[in-house]
Write a protein that binds this ligand. Structure first.
Ligand code: SF4
Ligand code: SF4
Length: 391
């Protein structure tokens, strides 16, 4: 771990120096170098199931990016598939994509967005959300429309949503439909394959699932059924500790995810040019080196901060707390350093001021070994921080 972590830090330092010109000089020289480097690589492409969409194995999660120059550099490097959502940055993320792509040939990129209607939303509510997204994106259609952050089968198969997605396809506003999930994934994937409606699944997948037979079995089954599979949360949080002294070898983690033939492409979140370069380097080579394997094994041996969304904790809490959502929020804040997302998630849970009040002994056994009570107390506080202070 030491040796390769040291190398990674050096790589990042070099990457930062090499790409700094993009920001400070208007980008021409460095950007040309990036494009050249992209052109020299033989990029690996895979098809998203039966959709007919063929994309490089590395795609871009735009979620946290707020610098259009990163989108531009990614596009010029050869990234083709970009993932955003109706709710990211309260719509500004889709707007940024819209501004950037408006003068690009429509067949030069693939865009996926996501909507998360309330459980009792109507078909028309759903379609209205889609129209807002299309307006922000300045597009007539999206290539993939996902039902966002699905946790349970009832939501996945809500008749009004299925009808809305079917209509959207008929109207030409959507090419393919899918859903995204980061909890209870294996059973949702299996359920979607059984019903046959969804064409693409965006799911958490990383080295923490290397021994998860249910998850791997579900993914293989979906792959064989012709469902496109897009992987996310590939770096399992990126850090193993709150103080950020132990980084995950992110390049190795991305290689691990893409070594699985049933993962067709991944959408690492990219917010800097150094991340862009590091992730793109995997698009032409997913070979795990011996040092990569050691790093991932050492990371696996530690608890880390990644909640796998296994749902084993559901129903265990004396106060009926949504422990998995809280642990995911904890991960957003302390591993991803994304307090705004943690804040948004915690606020949506309608917690009391002291969620563990009246409970003497924690009854939750987390499969990842988290000290749930301590983490709940830590993350629940974020709801009292004014949103404008968080990014
Ligand atoms: S300590 Fe908190 S999380 Fe644990 S069982 Fe009690 S209320 Fe639930
Ligand atoms: S048991 Fe632990 S890892 Fe599994 S969903 Fe609950 S908090 Fe996450």
């Amino acid at each position: 771990m030491e040796k390769s972590s040291f190398n990674r830090r050096n790589f990042l330092k070099l990457g930062a120096a090499a790409t700094a010109g993009l920001v400070t000089t208007g980008g021409n020289v460095s950007e040309a170098a990036l494009v050249k480097q992209g052109a020299e690589k033989e990029i690996i492409y895979r098809q998203l199931g039966n959709t007919g969409i063929k994309v490089p194995i590395v795609s871009m999660g735009v979620m946290r990016a707020d610098n259009p120059n990163i989108l531009k550099a990614a596009f010029n490097l050869g990234f083709k598939h970009f993932d955003t959502a109706h709710g990211y940055q309260e719509g500004r993320n889709e707007e940024m994509c819209g501004k950037f792509f408006k003068d690009k040939p429509r067949d030069s990129f693939v865009i996926g967005t996501k909507v998360k209607p309330a459980r009792d939303a109507s078909k028309q509510d759903f379609l209205d959300m889609l129209d807002i997204s299309l307006e922000r994106l300045q597009m007539n259609y999206v290539d993939i429309l996902y039902l966002h952050a699905v946790d349970d089968e009832e939501y996945l198969h809500t008749p009004a949503f299925l009808e809305a997605m079917k209509s959207a396809k008929e109207m030409g506003k959507v090419k393919h439909v899918g859903f995204s999930t980061h909890r209870n994934m294996a059973s949702l994937i299996n359920s979607a394959v059984d019903k046959g409606f969804y064409e693409v699944i965006l799911t958490t997948y990383n080295f923490r699932y290397s021994n998860d037979d249910d998850m791997i079995g579900a993914l293989k089954r979906a792959h064989e059924a012709g469902v496109g599979i897009v992987g996310m949360k590939n770096m399992a949080g990126g850090w193993l500790d709150e103080d950020k002294t132990k980084p995950v070898n992110c390049k190795a983690a991305l290689k691990f995810a893409l070594s699985a033939p049933y993962i067709h492409t991944c959408i690492p979140g990219i917010v800097s040019f150094e991340m862009l370069m590091e992730n793109w380097s995997v698009a032409s080579d997913v070979t795990l080196t011996p040092a990569d394997k050691v790093d991932l094994q050492l990371a696996l041996n530690q608890k880390g901060m990644f909640c796998t969304g296994c749902s084993s904790c559901v129903g265990q809490c004396t106060n009926n707390l949504p422990v998995s959502d809280l642990m995911r929020s904890y991960m957003y804040n302390y591993a991803y350093a994304y307090p705004a997302k943690a804040h948004e998630t915690v606020l949506s849970l309608n917690l009391s001021d002291d969620p563990c009040a009246g409970c003497d002994k924690c009854t939750v056994t987390c499969k990842a070994g988290f000290d749930v009570r301590t983490k709940v107390a830590n993350i629940a506080r974020i709801r009292n921080v004014p949103g404008e202070f968080l990014v």
